[in-house]
Design a protein around this ligand. Structure first.
Ligand SMILES: Nc1ncnc2c1ncn2[C@@H]1O[C@H](COP(=O)(O)OP(=O)(O)OP(=O)(O)O)[C@@H](O)[C@H]1O
Ligand SMILES: [Mg+2]
Length: 493
C-alpha cells in the first residue's frame, strides 16, 4: 500500500478513526473520573556520619553517608517503620497497605533521601510523611548507637518537613487524555486498515478489470432520481449520469470495431446491482444517437422493465416464445424516439428452458435484423442460469458491478459462468458509484477515453491510439459521442 493509498483509505474510513478516538478519549475521561484522588506529601532527610577533623576523615565520613542512604531508603519503605508509624498515628490500616504508598529515593552522590507518601486525605498524607520521617530518625539512632552506649555512628535529620498538599497527584487528567487520544488514533487507524484488508468488495478499476479480464467501459454514478424514474430523458440532459451513459455508449462503439456487438446482454453477479436501470439507459443513450434500439426484458423471474418504463407487462418475450402472441403485437413503442421495448411477458414456469430454446435463438436473430441494437436486461448470474443462456446467444455481455457491494469472489464466479458457456464478455461497468468526494475511493469517471482505449485493447487490439485520442477529444468537446456519432447510420425503423 502506497502512502497515497493509505491517505485515501483514511479519507474513506475517517468515521472509524474518529469513532475510535472519541471512544478512547471518553474512556480516559471516565477512567479519570472513576479514579480516587490521591494526595502526595513529601519530606527530605539528611544523613550524616560522625567523622574526624582531618580532610581524609571528612571524606571518609561523607562516603559512608552516601553508602548509608541506599540502605536507609530500603528501611524507609520497610514493614518495621510502617508499623511504627501506624502505631504512632493510630491508623486503621495494616503495614503492607501503608508500605505500598511510601516511596523513598536516595539521590545519587548526595546524602539526601526524598520520602513521599500517597493518601486519599491530604492531611493524613502530610501527617504520615512527617511521623514516618520522625520515626525513622529515632530508628536510625537506635540502630547506629553502639552497644557501648557511645555516640551513634550516623544520624538522620529531617531537613524538610511535609506541607499540606493542595491538589491531588492522581488522576493525572492531562496525561490520561493524551494517552487516550494517542491510543484512539492508533486503534482507529489500525481498525480502518483491518477493515480495508477484510473488505472483499470491488472498489477499483484495476480490481474490476483483473477479475473480469475485460476493460472498464463505464462508471455510472449514484443518482437518487433514478429510484423514482429509472429512465433518463436524454434530450437536453447534461447531468453527470446522462454524461456517464453517453460515455458508456461511446466506449461500446469502440469495442470490436470489425464486428460490432449489436445484441448485448446486461447482467451482474448478484441481484440489485443496477442491471435493469443501466440496461434502460444504455438503450436510451444508443437511441439518442439516432440508432433504432430494442430493449428486451430477459428477466422472466422478476421482470421490472414494464414497471420501470410504464408499459404493459402481460405480453412480451415469454408470450412470443410460447407462440401466444406475435412479435409485432408484442413490441411496444415508447415515448422515447428510437426505443422499442419487448417486456418479459407473463412469468413462465420454465424460464431457462424457454430462453435456451431454438425459438429464442430464432427470435433474437429476427430482432437483430430489425434493429441496430438489441439490449437485453437479464437475471443475476449467480442466482440462475438464465443470463448465461441468453449471453451465449448474444454478441456480447456487459457485466455490472455495484461499486463497493459486488464481492470479488462472486464476480469471479459469475465471470466463470459466462466463460463456461463461451459467452463473449465485452466490458465491465461500475454502477451506483458514490459521487466524487463522498468516498475517497470514488473512481474518477472522467477518463473514459482511456477506459475505452484500454477496453478495446483487451479485445483484440484492433483499435489504434488514434481512436483513443479521438475518444478523449470527443469526450472533451461534445459530451463523449461527437467523434463516433458524427455520421450515424439511418435508423432502421
Ligand atoms: N445509478 C443509480 N443511482 C441510484 N439508484 C440506482 C441506480 N441504478 C439503480 N438504482 C436503484 O437500485 C435498485 C436496483 O436497481 P435495478 O432494479 O436496476 O437492479 P437490478 O440489478 O436489475 O436488480 P434485479 O437483480 O432485482 O433485477 C433500484 O431501486 C434502482 O432504482
Ligand atoms: Mg433487474
Amino acid at each position: 500500500m502506497s502512502i497515497q493509498d493509505f491517505f485515501k483509505l483514511l479519507r474513506a474510513r475517517w468515521m472509524i478513526v474518529c469513532a475510535a478516538t472519541v471512544v478512547a478519549v471518553l474512556g480516559a475521561v471516565v477512567l479519570s473520573l472513576m479514579t480516587t484522588p490521591l494526595y502526595q506529601a513529601s519530606t527530605r532527610l539528611f544523613v550524616s556520619t560522625t567523622s574526624g577533623s582531618s580532610l581524609s576523615d571528612i571524606y571518609q565520613g561523607n562516603r559512608l553517608s552516601q553508602e548509608r542512604v541506599v540502605s536507609y531508603a530500603q528501611l524507609l519503605t520497610g514493614v518495621t517503620l510502617a508499623q511504627r508509624t501506624i502505631d504512632k498515628l493510630g491508623l486503621d490500616m495494616d503495614a503492607s497497605e501503608l508500605q505500598e504508598n511510601i516511596s523513598a529515593s536516595a539521590k545519587p552522590e548526595t546524602v539526601l533521601i526524598d520520602v513521599s507518601v500517597l493518601d486519599k486525605s491530604p492531611v493524613r498524607a502530610r501527617d504520615i510523611a512527617n511521623t514516618l520521617s520522625d520515626e525513622f530518625v529515632a530508628m536510625v539512632r537506635e540502630l547506629e548507637t553502639p552497644e557501648s552506649g557511645a555516640a551513634p555512628d550516623a544520624r538522620v535529620v529531617v531537613e524538610q518537613r511535609a506541607s499540606l498538599p493542595d491538589k491531588p497527584v492522581v488522576p493525572r487528567i492531562k496525561r490520561n487524555l493524551a494517552v487516550g487520544l494517542a491510543l484512539g488514533i492508533v486503534a482507529g487507524v489500525g481498525l480502518a486498515v483491518l477493515r480495508d484488508l477484510l473488505d472483499n468488495t470491488v472498489k477499483s478499476r484495476e480490481t474490476l478489470e483483473d477479475i473480469t479480464g475485460v476493460g472498464l467501459v463505464g462508471s455510472i454514478p449514484m443518482d437518487k432520481d433514478r429510484r423514482k424514474q429509472p429512465a433518463i430523458a436524454f434530450e437536453g440532459d447534461n447531468s453527470a449520469i446522462a454524461e456517464a451513459f453517453r460515455k458508456l455508449r461511446t466506449n461500446l462503439q469502440f469495442l470490436a470495431v470489425d464486428n460490432p456487438p449489436r445484441v448485448i446482454v446486461v447482467t451482474s453477479s448478484m441481484p440489485h446491482e443496477g442491471k435493469s436501470t443501466t440496461a434502460i439507459n444504455i438503450a436510451l443513450a444508443l437511441a439518442e444517437s439516432e440508432r433504432s434500439v430494442l430493449l428486451i426484458d430477459g428477466d422472466m423471474r422478476r421482470p421490472t422493465l414494464a414497471k420501470y418504463m410504464d408499459l404493459v407487462g402481460t405480453v412480451g418475450f415469454s408470450t412470443v416464445l410460447s407462440g401466444a402472441a406475435s412479435v409485432e403485437d408484442s413490441l411496444q413503442k415508447t415515448r422515447f424516439p428510437g426505443l422499442t421495448v419487448l417486456t418479459s411477458g407473463a412469468i413462465p414456469p420454465n424460464p431457462s428452458e424457454l430462453l435456451g430454446s431454438q425459438s429464442a435463438r430464432k427470435l433474437l436473430t429476427e430482432l437483430r435484423s430489425k434493429f441496430d441494437y438489441v439490449v437485453i436486461d437479464s437475471t443475476p448470474l449467480l442466482a440462475v442460469t438464465d443470463a448465461a443462456i441468453l449471453a451465449a446467444a448474444a454478441d456480447g455481455v456487459l457485466i455490472m458491478a455495484r461499486f463497493g457491494q459486488a464481492k470479488r469472489d462472486q464476480l469471479a464466479h459469475a465471470v466463470g459462468n459466462l466463460e463456461s458457456v463461451g459467452a463473449p464478455l465485452l466490458g465491465a461497468v461500475f454502477t451506483m458509484m458514490p459521487v466524487r468526494g463522498r468516498s475517497s475511493y470514488s473512481y474518477s469517471y472522467t477518463y473514459y477515453g482511456t477506459d475505452a482505449a484500454q477496453a478495446s485493447g483487451r479485445h483484440g487490439g484492433a483499435q489504434s491510439s488514434e481512436l483513443s485520442r479521438t475518444s478523449e477529444k470527443a469526450d472533451a468537446e461534445a459530451g463523449a459521442d461527437g467523434a463516433m456519432d458524427a455520421t450515424p447510420p439511418k435508423r432502421r425503423q
